[in-house]
Design a binder for this molecule. Structure first.
Ligand code: 5GP
Ligand code: MG
Length: 175
C-alpha cells in the first residue's frame, strides 16, 4: 500500500481556525458567567485535532477524554464500537462538545450521544474535522464540521493504520 498526500498541514490549520471561531462565538453566548465548556476528546484519533483546536478556542474550557475503538487492526471498521474509557467528570449540567477527527459510519457519535445524553448535560454537540457521508450507516447531525471527504482510508494527524502514522502533520490516504 502507498501513502498519498491528501490534506496538508496548512489546510488542516485553516479548517481548525474556522471551526474554533464559530465554536467560540456560539459558546460565548451560551455559557453563563464563570461557566466552562466541557470539551470531550475522543482518543486516540482526535488527540492532535483536539490539542490544536482547543488552543484556538477563546471561551473557557475544561478537557476530558473518552476512548472508543471501532477499527481494530486494518482498514475496515469492525462495525462494533468498543467503549474503553469514560470521562472522569460528571456530564450532568454541563455544556459538552465532543471532538472527533472523522465521522464515518456514524456509530461512534451515535453511541456517545446516547451515553452522554442520558446523563443530563445542559447541551451536547459534536465537532468533527472530517466526515465521510458516503459511508454513513446511522443518520447523525454534525454540529460543527471542517469538511467532507470521499471514501478513502486516511492516515496521519491522529489517524492510524495499525497504530502507525498518527504523528504525521498532514493527512494522507492509503491505496
Ligand atoms: P464511525 O464510528 O463514525 O464509523 O467512525 C469513527 C471513527 O473511526 C473515527 O473517529 C476514526 O477513529 C475511525 N475512522 C474512520 N474513518 C477512518 C479512516 O479513514 N482512517 C482511520 N485511520 N480511522 C478512521
Ligand atoms: Mg476517532
Amino acid at each position: 500500500m502507498k501513502v498519498h498526500p491528501f490534506i496538508n498541514a496548512e489546510e488542516i490549520d485553516r479548517l481548525n481556525t474556522t471551526l474554533a471561531k464559530k465554536i467560540s462565538s456560539d459558546y460565548q453566548n451560551i455559557l453563563a458567567e464563570k461557566e466552562s465548556l466541557l470539551v470531550v476528546i475522543t482518543l486516540k484519533g482526535a488527540l492532535l485535532f483536539g490539542a490544536d483546536l482547543i488552543r484556538k478556542l477563546t471561551v473557557p474550557i475544561h478537557v476530558d477524554f473518552v476512548r472508543l475503538a471501532s477499527y481494530g487492526a486494518g482498514i475496515k471498521s469492525s462495525g462494533e464500537v468498543r467503549f474503553l474509557k469514560d470521562i472522569e467528570s460528571s456530564p450532568e449540567g454541563k455544556h459538552i462538545l465532543v471532538l472527533d477527527e472523522i465521522i464515518d459510519s456514524g456509530r461512534t457519535w451515535d453511541f456517545l450521544r446516547k451515553r452522554l445524553g442520558a446523563a443530563n448535560p445542559k447541551s451536547l454537540k459534536i465537532c468533527a474535522l472530517l466526515s465521510k457521508p458516503s459511508r454513513r450507516e446511522i443518520e447523525v447531525t454534525i454540529d460543527y464540521l471542517g469538511r467532507e471527504v470521499e471514501d478513502k482510508f486516511l492516515v496521519g494527524y491522529g489517524l492510524d493504520f495499525n497504530e502507525d502514522y498518527r504523528n504525521l502533520k498532514e493527512i494522507s490516504y492509503l491505496e
